[in-house]
Design a protein around this ligand. Structure first.
Ligand SMILES: [Zn+2]
Length: 187
């Protein structure tokens, strides 16, 4: 039986639910590219079935901000996904803030173990700092998904170094997440 991975590329190409901006980049463009690369890696592995929240560059999810988040969680739940991976970029007032962090509903259980594996592999693959795993029970897509869910803040769009790498090498970030998933699953 294939392991079903729902990849949620954070945000929408147009309002509502657009992402953060920094260093001339848009979060939603980075998350789209990384999600596509991750889907290809998982599909090529043979052990996975994959769905994307934004299968094409034009895909808009939802007509309100709340509806956009709800549709993503509902799509994964209705499909019966085994794991939910939401891809985002971080942002901060201070442009020096950098690195990857993984957000989960609680610091225990399958999602936490998966997030730790993604944190380790993402840092090893991209060279970005590992900011660890943080509990964010208030986040809709972590709260309302029926399967282990990890929201990966892959880097800071407001940091020039992180932003340049995310823009030029989305494949590296996808590979880091992919290695985190396969390492966690022992595949
Ligand atoms: Zn985001």
């Amino acid at each position: 039986m294939a392991i079903k991975i729902y990849i949620d590329q954070g945000h929408n190409p147009r309002s509502p639910n657009t992402g953060a901006e920094g260093n001339g980049l848009r979060e939603q463009d980075i998350t789209y590219a990384v999600g596509q690369e991750l889907a290809t890696l998982l599909r090529n592995n043979g052990s996975f079935e994959v769905r994307l929240s934004r299968p094409t560059p034009e895909t808009q999810v939802g007509t309100t901000n709340a509806g956009s988040l709800m549709q993503r969680a509902q799509a994964a739940n209705a499909w019966g996904a085994d794991y939910f991976i939401s891809i985002h970029t971080n942002a901060a007032e201070n442009p020096a803030a950098n690195g990857s962090e993984q957000l989960v509903f609680r610091l225990s259980g399958a999602a936490y173990q998966l997030a730790q594996s993604i944190a380790t592999q993402l840092a090893a693959t991209t060279g970005l700092r590992n900011r660890g795993v943080i509990a964010r029970p208030g986040l809709y897509v972590l709260r309302r998904t029926a399967m282990p869910a990890v929201l990966s803040e892959i880097g800071f769009i407001t940091n020039p170094g992180d932003a340049a790498l995310m823009s030029s090498r989305p494949d590296l970030f996808a590979l880091g997440i992919y290695r985190g998933i396969t390492s966690y699953l022992g595949l």
